[in-house]
Design a protein around this ligand. Structure first.
Ligand code: NDP
Length: 540
């Protein structure tokens, strides 16, 4: 009798698990998702060039000076005009947040969860329009943009789940045996006060939305400052929070330069806590400055990365090449988690390189809102200039195997397009093995052993993410020895990138993060609160 062929059980469409976008599932989305994005993009493009306000104490606020926000895809596209706020606006926002704190913090935590669940749902409901704004402003492809927005919604929902799972972080403790008395001991986590969230331009939705959601759930009131490159995304997010009905003054949103408005936010004694995500230099400046206050205050700083991939001779090289390629060049290499160093055992280096080159040859680059294009421009003129100077330096130091030039032909001429670049033969002592470039440039080197690879991977001041390809025993060894907060083994979806709330807590060690507790993970939310131990004695 012929053996019965094993077939996957057919699942009627209605019973199929609904598609849930994460950075790992984004490579194969349903067709409907593309159609919805395109409809939203057309709508958003019709409204370009408007002026947008700041929001202070529940009202629109404007500044004397404005600045233009242009798309890196085509700098002729004026996306909007924004308020160039300064120190006075920062002060007003902090004062509004201070005034709103007593009532917001006194709400039962369940009410705050309800508000934040509403905000998360609103972000999800507006996901396509929000992603279109993000794609135009950052230069992300549609799937990356949708991922950024959905991640923000999921981060907030995850923190709501955590709040509920821990009963609002009110925990009965043990009782000390007192003769004639009853002792009730309780641990309560309580908010700090006014919380500032300063975010970067590369994941402007998730990296504002996540920490803002956590700060608010915890009972703090908020001042948000987006990067100067992404005020539109910031404004869209602020609108979602305000439209969710959060009371006046609880959420304040200001735009303006880090050097003026930002400085006021980080030096003002009325601020009780900060979450900063951005570069190492600015992060360390904030940590040091914030520590100079009257007393210690929490400063959660998520900073840069110089993430390495190690490839063993036992690796599946197709998976390794795909994972390295996706993490090195996705979002034009402008992820803190980007794979910027590849250490591969010499026996398989040529094969891995050939596979990566084949993928690079097939890369579509152009307006990233167009479905076919995987890579868009780098985010700003400074990035494009840095790309050129890094490439010139690397051409001297090693061999550029692919890329190494700006792309300026045809429709690309008005944007900041740069070819994805793979570099070989750079001496181990070269500074660019250790410095974050934050561009679509990756360096590869052959190594004699996995120990050699590990030594080089750990030889960096950063410790954000890491990737490994090899057998299971090697992977366990890798996890035990790599100095990084978020690590993956044998992942074709991305060697070093693609964490999702509730699945992969995301945070860095060493120069990549100040707390050792990761976003979207178990220990994140309590950082926005301080513990009060309550003992109440009553007579028996
Ligand atoms: P920056 O450090 O240049 O800026 C980040 C934010 O800080 C911006 O909003 C900026 O405002 C603000 N800022 C700058 N100077 C000051 C100041 N003196 N006082 C207060 N605020 C200030 O980073 P980028 O925006 O260029 O982002 C890229 C960096 O972020 C990379 O290093 C990347 O690795 C890191 N990053 C880290 C992540 C992580 O989770 N660890 C995730 C994503 C990115 P303005 O734009 O107005 O200057």
């Amino acid at each position: 009798m012929p053996a019965k062929s094993k077939r996957a059980k057919k699942v009627a469409p209605s019973k199929r698990a609904p598609f849930h976008l994460t950075y790992a599932t984004m490579f194969d989305p349903p067709e409907e998702l593309h159609r919805s994005f395109e409809t939203a993009l057309a709508k958003v493009k019709q409204g370009l060039g408007r002026e947008y306000p700041m929001y202070i104490n529940g009202a629109e606020a404007s500044a004397a000076e404005k600045f233009d926000d242009r798309s890196p895809i085509d700098t002729d596209w004026l996306l909007g005009r924004f308020q160039k706020g300064g120190a006075a606006d920062a002060k007003a926002a902090i004062a509004a947040a201070r005034a709103a704190f007593p009532a917001w913090s006194a709400l039962p935590w369940q009410r705050r969860v309800r508000y934040l669940r509403a905000a998360s749902a609103l972000i999800s409901r507006r996901v396509f329009e929000f992603a279109a704004v993000t794609a135009l402003e950052v230069g992300k492809n549609r799937m990356e943009a949708l991922g950024d927005v959905q991640e923000a919604a999921d981060l907030i929902a995850y923190y709501c789940d955590q709040m509920e799972a821990h009963d609002g972080y009110v925990t009965a403790m043990g009782r000390d045996p007192l003769k004639g008395f009853t002792a009730s001991n309780t641990s309560v986590l309580r908010p700090y006060g006014v919380w500032v969230v300063i975010s970067p331009w590369n994941f402007p939705v998730a990296l504002s939305g996540g920490p803002s959601g956590a700060a608010l759930l915890a009972g703090n009131t908020l001042v948000m400052k987006p990067a100067t490159d992404t005020p539109w995304v910031g404004q869209f997010l602020a609108r979602c929070l305000l439209d969710a009905g959060l009371p006046k003054g609880v959420v304040n949103f200001v735009t303006g330069p880090g050097s003026t408005l930002g400085e006021e936010l980080i030096t003002n004694p009325g601020v009780d806590g900060i979450t900063f995500t951005g570069s190492f230099d600015v992060g360390m400046h904030i940590i040091r400055g914030f520590a100079g206050g009257k007393w210690p205050r929490p400063c959660i700083a998520e900073m840069g990365g110089k993430n390495a991939v190690i490839v063993s001779r036992h690796a599946d090289l197709d998976q390794a090449a795909l994972g390295c390629y996706r993490s090195a060049y996705g979002l034009q290499g402008q992820k803190c988690s980007a794979a910027s160093r590849i250490f591969v055992e010499r026996a398989v280096k040529d094969q891995l390189t050939a596979r990566m080159l084949a993928l690079l040859e097939r890369t579509n680059i152009g307006d990233p809102t167009i479905r076919e294009n995987w890579l868009g421009p780098v985010a700003n003129a400074a990035g494009a200039r840095s790309y050129e100077s890094y490439c010139a330096e690397l051409r001297q130091a090693g061999t550029i195997l692919f890329g190494g030039r700006r792309l300026t032909q045809g429709a690309l001429a008005k944007g900041y397009f740069c070819a994805p670049t793979l570099v070989d033969n750079v001496p181990a002592a070269h500074r660019l093995w250790r410095e974050e470039m934050f561009l679509p440039i990756t360096m590869i080197a052959g190594v004699d052993s996995l120990e050699d690879a590990m030594r080089r991977a750990n030889d960096a001041d950063y410790g954000l993410t890491g990737g490994f390809y090899g057998n299971r025993r090697e992977a366990e060894w890798y996890f035990d020895h790599i100095q990084a907060g978020t690590v993956y083994a044998n992942r074709p979806q991305g060697a070093t990138t693609g964490a999702w709330p509730g699945l992969q807590p995301f945070g860095g060690w060493k120069g990549s993060g100040s707390t050792g507790k990761s976003a979207g993970g178990l220990f994140y939310l309590p950082q926005f609160m301080r513990e009060q131990s309550r003992t109440l004695i009553s007579e028996k």
